[in-house]
Each structure stands twice: as structure tokens, then as C-alpha cells.
Design a protein around this ligand. Structure first.
Ligand code: PMP
Length: 413
């Protein structure tokens, strides 16, 4: 499928008066393949997985395990190392609870970065509070990028575990994950990669990256909500005790004790989101038919157009000017609060994210109370960007000076 044709695969964009959607980093619109798969799967009847031996139940169990294989192929891993979760947040919490917390003693160090989404920060704060471990922050350079050249020095004081994002949800910065993993491993630290944003923009190969864990959510990759993935190296998953316990994660249960399944099933207590998983596998197969290099090139072209357009507007200031970025441009408008700008954009039917972007410590470093974030998806095009830039131009024209305050609201309608 050609880049310009893909938008028609998303029924949302055929709705009359649909907004210009520039918030794909929060969640993506859903392609026809997902909607059709969902409705077809529901119509053909459901049966819970890994439980019963009748035909429909076996078909669902097979389809569910096939979906696990499809996700494993997508990440370059074995199916046995893929755990279904409810999303990135749950995947990270699982690793924090089941792998990291049991190995920590007071004074041990856990490293994250200031680029993390709260989902990859708060669980580690909590683990540190429970164990007496210390939370430390990977070095960033003046452009807020992870400074790979300083990692060996950083790791010379031992760190037990590193949890780092592959792509910042607030700024779009792409981290050099293979270099971070290699440096951490040279110093015996294991690494979890938060791929919630990265997964929709560039291919991932967990074996090439050599990361120990990786987490992402289906809903940011054109899939359903309520479904996520945790990849873990098989020997690490095997060494972990489960966090949630209950039905289906056991091989036998006695009155006072139980034996658990092997990974990954031991981490999937209760009924998994099996309909979503099977429908998501169809999305991944569909994505596999697209020329991802062409889409990546298109995304970079749009990002350049967006950056240049923003730079040309008086009173608009982009946060990141150099370095590798994907699909996200964040900015502020002089003398305007981000949420006021977002409200005005909403009046023009333009949807983007404004606020602290689940990255409050990063915003403190940037000395910004709030940002506006444009984020692109497969379906984003030049019309979307022009609509935003034209509206911001109008806003800028109506902005008098840095001295202007927001007690003089201007309607763009
Ligand atoms: N990490 C990053 C980088 C994210 O962007 C997000 C979602 N905004 C998350 C983690 C959390 O994902 P979820 O809410 O799907 O669990």
C-alpha cells in the first residue's frame, strides 16, 4: 500500500468533521483491519483460552498462541519470551515487582533517565522506597539527549538495573538503545527498554538490541486498548516468581499450595485479553505488508516540514532543535499557556496534547510548566500539518508581545 493511500484504511478519517488528529503518541486511530477482525471474531463465537477441550475453545487457544508467535516474530524473539499484559505500564510494574525488587538491597542503584514517562519512573521510585535502593539518573547532554559517551563513567559506580525509554513521549528524542544496553552489560546491569513510543516508528529486534526486557502497548501501534506485551529473556522470565496469581497460571492446586506454569503463562493469571490479542495479530500482519521504510521516510519528511513551519512562526519555540527524533515535535507559544493554545486549536478542530505529558520531572528540567505536543501517525499528511501551522500563524499574529498575558483571550473562530 502506498503512503498516500493508508489514510483511507482508517474509517475515523471518513467521518464528517473529524478533527485533525495530531495526538497519535497518546493513542493511534484504528485501521479497518482491526475493526473488521474484531467484528468477525465476535460474530464467529468466542470461547475462553487454555481451558476447555471442545472445538471452539481449541480454535481460540490456537489463535491466541498464534498471536503470541506473531508478536514474537515482530520483535525478533521466541513466543515463549512474550508475556501478554494490559499495557506498557503493567509490563514495567511486572518487571519492577518480580525481577528487580527481589534482588535489591539497601544502597543498590537503579538507573532511569529524565526522559522517562511516569510509567517508567514511578514504579522504580516505589521499588526504591520499599527496598532502600537508590534511584539515579542517566547523564543527559544540554540538548536533553542521553549522553552515551558518559555511560562507562556513570556505570563505574555499580548499577543493578537500568530502565530507559527508546523514544521520549514528550520530546520525540530517540535513544541509542544498543549502545546503552552494551554499556550497561559491560558493567553487569540488566536493562528494560520502554518501547511504548518507539514501536510505532521503527523496527525493533530484541536479540540485536540484546535488551533483557522490553515493554509496549498495542493501542499505540494501531491495535486495541487493554493489551500490552512484555518481552523478557527466557532465563530471566524463568527465574521470576509471578506477581498476579489465580486461574490458568497454575499446573496444579492443592488446599494450601499451588504449582505454577512455566513462563509466559505463569505471568498471565485470569482470562487474558484473547480477542484483542488475536485481532492485534491481524494488525501486525497488515503492518507487515506496508513498506515501513517508505513510511519512515514520509514521517521524517513531515517532521521536517512541521519543524520548519513552527520555526517560521513568531512567538513559537520548539524545544528540541538537534539530534535524532521521531514523529514528535513539542513547542511552547510565548505568552500563552499551553492549555489555552490547545483550547484555541480545539476550536479549529485540531487535536493535540498539551500539558505535562506524563513527564513532570522532564518539564522541570526544561523549566516549562507545560508543552504542546504534535505527534504523527502512519496516516498523518501535509494537510494536517498545514492546518496546524495556519492556525498557529493566526494565533501568533494576534499575540502582541511577551508582555501579553492570558487575561485577554482571543477566539480564532
Ligand atoms: N511509556 C511511554 C514512553 C509512553 O508514551 C506511555 C504512554 N503514553 C507509556 C509508557 C504508558 O503506556 P500505557 O498507558 O499504554 O501503559
Amino acid at each position: 500500500m502506498l503512503v498516500f493511500e493508508v489514510k483511507s484504511e482508517f474509517p475515523f478519517f471518513s467521518l464528517p468533521n473529524h478533527p485533525v488528529y495530531l495526538d497519535s503518541a497518546a493513542t493511534t486511530q484504528k485501521p479497518r483491519v482491526l475493526i473488521d477482525a474484531y467484528s468477525r471474531l465476535l460474530c464467529q463465537g468466542v470461547a475462553n483460552v487454555h481451558r476447555s477441550a471442545y472445538r471452539l475453545a481449541n480454535q481460540w487457544t490456537d489463535a491466541f498462541e498464534q498471536a503470541r508467535q506473531t508478536v514474537a516474530d515482530f520483535l525478533g524473539a521466541n513466543a515463549s519470551s512474550m508475556v501478554w499484559t494490559r499495557g506498557t505500564t503493567e509490563s514495567i510494574n511486572l518487571v519492577a515487582r518480580c525481577f528487580v525488587e527481589p534482588m535489591l538491597k539497601p544502597g543498590d542503584r537503579i538507573a532511569v533517565s529524565l526522559l522517562e514517562h511516569h510509567a517508567n519512573l514511578v514504579p522504580w521510585q516505589q521499588v526504591c522506597q520499599r527496598t532502600g535502593a537508590e534511584l539515579v539518573f542517566l547523564p543527559l547532554n544540554v540538548e536533553h539527549q542521553l549522553d552515551v559517551s558518559k555511560l562507562d563513567e556513570f556505570f563505574s559506580t555499580p548499577v543493578r538495573f537500568v530502565a530507559v525509554t527508546a523514544m521520549s513521549n514528550a520530546l520525540g528524542i530517540v535513544n541509542d538503545i544498543p549502545a546503552i544496553v552494551a554499556a550497561a552489560h559491560r558493567h553487569q546491569a540488566k536493562v528494560l527498554v520502554d518501547a511504548a513510543q518507539y514501536v510505532a516508528h521503527q523496527p525493533i529486534h530484541v536479540r540485536a538490541w540484546d535488551c533483557d526486557f522490553l515493554a509496549f502497548s498495542a493501542h499505540k501501534l494501531y491495535g486495541p486498548t487493554g493489551l500490552g506485551v512484555l518481552y523478557g529473556k527466557p532465563q530471566l522470565l524463568a527465574s521470576m516468581l509471578p506477581w498476579l496469581t489465580g486461574g490458568e497460571m497454575v499446573t496444579s492446586v492443592q488446599q494450601f499450595s499451588a504449582e505454577f506454569q512455566q513462563a509466559p503463562l505463569k505471568f498471565e493469571a485470569g482470562t487474558p485479553a484473547f480477542i484483542e490479542a488475536v485481532a492485534f495479530a491481524e494488525v501486525l500482519r497488515w503492518l507487515g505488508t506496508l513498506d515501513r521504510q517508505a513510511f519512515h521516510a514520509q514521517e521524517q519528511k513531515l517532521l521536517q516540514m512541521l519543524d520548519k513551519g513552527l520555526d517560521d512562526i513568531r512567538h513559537v519555540h520548539r524545544l528540541i532543535k538537534v539530534g535524532e527524533r521521531a514523529a514528535i515535535s513539542s513547542f511552547v507559544v510565548e505568552a500563552w499557556h499551553a492549555s489555552d493554545v490547545a483550547s484555541l486549536l480545539n476550536e479549529r478542530n485540531i487535536a493535540l496534547r498539551a500539558g505535562q505529558l506524563c513527564a513532570m520531572p522532564l518539564l522541570a528540567r526544561l523549566q516549562q510548566p507545560a508543552l504542546l505536543r504534535v505527534s504523527l501517525g502512519l496516516y498523518s499528511d501535509e494537510n494536517d500539518i498545514n492546518a496546524l501551522l495556519n492556525t498557529l500563524n493566526d494565533l501568533s499574529a494576534s499575540t502582541k508581545s511577551t508582555a501579553q498575558v492570558n487575561d485577554n483571550p482571543i477566539s480564532l473562530m
